[in-house]
Design a protein around this ligand. Structure first.
Ligand SMILES: Nc1ncnc2c1ncn2[C@@H]1O[C@H](COP(=O)(O)OP(=O)(O)OP(=O)(O)O)[C@@H](O)[C@H]1O
Length: 319
């Protein structure tokens, strides 16, 4: 499976007893890209990441990361990757600087080079003024910047980030993502799991996992363009009643109230603007319906939805 990609996995699987946490996943991650992992809770994102890092033994499948066979060559891989999880994993009772010094020692960085690198990272991640502060007393955003500084200290070629921004505000997330793009510009490959659609949209490429299976894979724009459903925006005085009137109707795949509007995801052939408006009017909900643009949340809903109770969409719905 020789390849120039940062990550190649074929048939990657992991079972915990009876539970199939990851089910025959194939992945290709190109170098110097941000590759996103999206999926409901428990869909297997962390388990996949841990197998790719060499931290967890797969039940089946082939993995190649930076040209190394994993888990066989995991020891060699360690020096070339960085790993950051949602849980703050640095020492809370060491200062910001001491944490980085400790990591530099773990990575065997020569003293002078380590000092220079740490100074650079403290500046780069806006922590220079806090170098003496105990890590445990930092805010959520500052902790996450320190964790990123720690993960990139040894200049890894590949970074694994498992829900790195789960505890930080939107401005800090934005700054964090700016840092990620700066890293990919310098050649680093990044695999990042997230629950945030705005973050998913920023990835070069995305995989959506559901119950351990890979259910979608592509560039965000491609995934939106390929969505086999239509999006309708229903403007009415009673969006909740409109939602009830469409719940369970054939061909309706997703319903979400966004502010005063109802967003309807439906099989293309099942509905059109007139038939939706008529259906709602007949149920006492006058509404204006217009076509919307598919977004990643629609892709996510479609890819991870549970099977509908009713069968084929086309009949009855347009009445
Ligand atoms: N060590 C383990 N032993 C048993 N089951 C496990 C173990 N690790 C993970 N699982 C199970 O495997 C499934 C996938 O978990 P995983 O943490 O990979 O999901 P995830 O997509 O990262 O979820 P989240 O978005 O909530 O972080 C879950 O059902 C979880 O309970």
């Amino acid at each position: 499976m020789a390849s120039d990609n940062a990550i190649e996995a074929r048939g990657l699987s992991k079972q915990f007893g009876q539970l199939v946490a990851v089910d025959k996943v194939d992945l290709t991650v190109s170098r110097a890209q941000i590759y996103g992992f999206l999926g409901p809770n428990g869909s297997g994102k962390s388990t996949t990441i841990r197998m790719l890092c060499g931290l967890l033994m797969p039940s089946a499948g082939d993995i190649q990361v930076l040209g190394l066979a994993i888990p066989q060559q995991a020891e060699q891989l360690k020096r070339r990757i960085g790993y950051m999880t949602q849980k703050f994993s640095l020492y809370e009772d060491l200062s910001v600087q001491e944490n980085l010094e400790f990591l530099a020692a773990v990575h065997d960085l020569p003293r002078a080079a380590a000092r220079q690198r740490i100074d650079h990272l403290l500046q780069r991640y806006w922590l220079a003024e806090r170098r003496k502060q105990l890590a445990g007393t930092l805010s959520g955003g500052q902790k996450q910047r320190l964790a990123l500084a720690g993960a990139v200290l040894h200049e890894p070629e590949l970074l694994f980030l498992d829900e790195p921004t789960s505890a930080v505000d939107p401005q800090s997330r934005r700054e964090f993502w700016d840092s990620l793009f700066e890293l990919t510009d310098a050649g680093t490959t990044i695999l990042v799991s997230t629950h945030y659609m705005d973050e998913a949209e920023r990835c070069h490429r995305l995989a959506i996992l559901d119950q351990g299976r890979l259910v979608a894979d592509g560039a965000p724009r491609e995934l939106c363009a390929q969505l086999p459903y239509a999006v309708w925006l229903v403007d009415c005085a009673a969006p909740r009643r409109a939602q009830q009137a469409l719940q369970g109707e054939a061909g309706v795949v997703g319903l979400a109230q966004i502010g005063a509007e109802l967003r309807v995801l439906a099989a293309r052939e099942a509905w059109h603007a007139d038939s939706l408006a008529r259906h709602l009017a007949q149920r006492g909900v006058p509404a204006e319906v217009r076509r919307g643009e598919a977004n990643l949340e629609d892709v996510f809903v479609a890819a991870t939805r549970k099977p509908l109770r009713s069968a084929p969409a086309a009949t009855g719905a347009a009445a």
